[in-house]
Design a protein around this ligand. Structure first.
Ligand SMILES: Cc1cc2nc3c(=O)[nH]c(=O)nc-3n(C[C@H](O)[C@H](O)[C@H](O)COP(=O)(O)OP(=O)(O)OC[C@H]3O[C@@H](n4cnc5c(N)ncnc54)[C@H](O)[C@@H]3O)c2cc1C
Length: 458
């Protein structure tokens, strides 16, 4: 048993946090294989190069261990010496790439202490299947097959998909590939954008704000149309301090949860620190309430509360709001209350442009001609998780976004039983477990999984 092999699929923060907790729990590094691209710990969230892509929460909320919440802040004092813009009146908001550096340094330190190395293949797992003798076999993008006794899915946030059809002769216009930025998270596209070009940013969330901030820093001069489905940008983080959680009735129904939100949130502007403090307090014990609901009730609750949750749960770093305000005042950024229904690639003489069909709430149907389209529409679909469903290994969660998992992060099979050798940690556990997508929530789940696996193996 003590020699069991663990395969971690994915190479972002969840994979790194799990590795740290597994090694701390006594699992030998040589028992662990990781498959995933890039440097371990960075992933989609912290693998960006751009200086303007910042953490959306204060440094002391970016913790790996709940009893060492200041660890990143303390590391930052000596390791982040060139980020003059980090400090704001509501807290310190570091660059995301620097958090990635911090996590990579934790991995190096943990492996040095444990005195061993892990195996890391920078590939993608395309298929995962059971083997007859027990355990799992992963098929990698380079054809490699890896066998393991336990598999941990840490495949993270799947990159965005285009939200509408793209028409036109794409094959004849290879240069247009650059003009359609399907996945903006790493920020490398910013180097191709001429300062005078016309841009459309699709989406009105934190990724859209990151794009605007980076363009502002580059002194972008051409018009930027930001198509936000609600016509607004995310609100800014306030200088709030979390106090005690509110009391909840036992096993509240969706209507009671809704009532608690209504009565607990003060009658103040939503940008007031006291309002955000109350909202953050409501989050403290919300996961137990969520986990006690049936799938039907979870869907009912999200139909009523979803808009409030997605608007005020994900707030922006102050630096990003300041940049958007600057560009709006300069007449460069226009926030359109509009949805995109199609993109047409058009060629006139030697020049190419993109014509967008929009439905604008103010003006109705509208055409917009731009040079670049940046897709900031949020997460897409995970092909590996979809394969596990198609192969009858896992089942989709209540919202069809991730897999159904137990309280112990075990994937649930179609018969409703937890699979003790197949675990999942990361955003795809959210529909089952609640508000767990932030780095801290993911690390807590990793601690739980490591303790379970260590007791199973050692
Ligand atoms: C752009 C962005 C910014 C964010 N900012 C913050 C923030 O500021 N603060 C915060 O607390 N949270 C933030 N989050 C939330 C985020 O969910 C967590 O913080 C955390 O980083 C998620 O880690 P992860 O490893 O699960 O996912 P990811 O960062 O998505 O990493 C997953 C990794 O797995 C790889 N992978 C995927 N499929 C496979 C496969 N089949 N085989 C092998 N490898 C695979 C991917 O290529 C990627 O490298 C952000 C998320 C995103 C997407």
């Amino acid at each position: 048993m003590a020699d069991q092999k663990i395969l971690i699929i994915g190479s972002g923060f969840a994979a790194a946090a799990n590795l740290l907790h597994l090694v701390e729990a006594g699992i030998r590094p040589s028992q662990i294989t990781i498959v995933g691209p890039g440097q371990l710990g960075r992933g989609n969230a912290y693998g960006c190069d751009d200086d303007d892509f910042r953490l959306n929460v204060r440094a002391n909320l970016m913790w790996v261990w709940p009893d060492r919440r200041d660890d990143f802040g303390n590391w930052a004092k000596t390791h982040i010496t060139d980020d003059k813009d980090a400090v704001r009146s509501s807290g310190i908001f570091y660059r995301r790439r620097d958090f990635g550096r911090y996590v990579a340094s934790l991995v190096d330190a943990a492996l040095a202490v444990a005195g061993g190395t892990i195996t890391h293949y920078p590939q993608i797992v395309t298929k995962l299947g059971k083997i007859d003798q027990g355990g799992w076999q992963a098929e990698c993008s380079d054809g490699r097959l890896i066998k393991a006794d336990l598999a941990l899915l840490a495949t993270g946030s799947p990159p965005p998909q285009w939200p509408c059809p793209i028409h036109g002769a794409k094959a004849q216009l290879p240069k247009l590939e650059n003009r359609l930025v399907q996945n903006p998270w790493n920020g490398r596209w910013l180097g191709h954008i001429p300062a005078q070009s016309r841009l459309a940013i699709i989406g009105g969330g934190l990724t859209a704000l990151d794009a605007v901030t980076a363009l502002a820093r580059r002194d972008h001069q051409g018009p930027i149309f930001l198509l936000a489905p609600h016509g607004t940008l995310p609100p800014e983080q306030a200088d709030w301090v979390k106090q005690a959680p509110p009391s909840w009735p036992d096993a509240p129904r969706p209507s009671e949860i809704l009532r608690r939100f209504r009565s607990y949130l003060p009658d103040l502007p939503t940008d007031d620190p006291v309002w955000q403090q109350a909202f953050e307090e409501l989050r403290i014990d919300i996961n137990q309430r969520w986990q006690a609901l049936s799938d039907h009730d979870r869907r009912r609750l999200m139909r009523r509360l979803g808009w409030l949750w997605s608007r005020y749960r994900y707030r922006a770093a102050p630096q990003t709001i300041a940049a958007a305000n600057r560009l709006q005042q300069a007449g460069i950024l226009e926030i359109c209350h509009a949805r995109l229904s199609a993109i047409h690639l058009e060629m006139a003489a030697d020049d190419a442009s993109l014509r967008l069909d929009l439905h604008d709430t103010k003006t109705g149907s509208r055409d917009l001609v731009v040079d670049y389209v940046i897709n900031c529409t949020g997460v897409g679909h995970d092909p590996l998780l979809a394969n596990l469903v198609a192969d009858g290994i896992g089942v989709p969660d209540a919202f069809g976004q991730g897999l159904r998992v137990s309280h112990q992060n075990e994937v649930i099979n179609p018969e409703g039983q937890a699979i003790p050798t197949l675990l999942l940690v990361g955003p795809a556990m959210a529909s089952s477990l609640g508000d767990v997508v932030a780095a801290s929530g993911i690390s807590l789940a990793g601690m739980r999984v490591a303790a379970r696996l260590a007791s199973q193996i050692l």
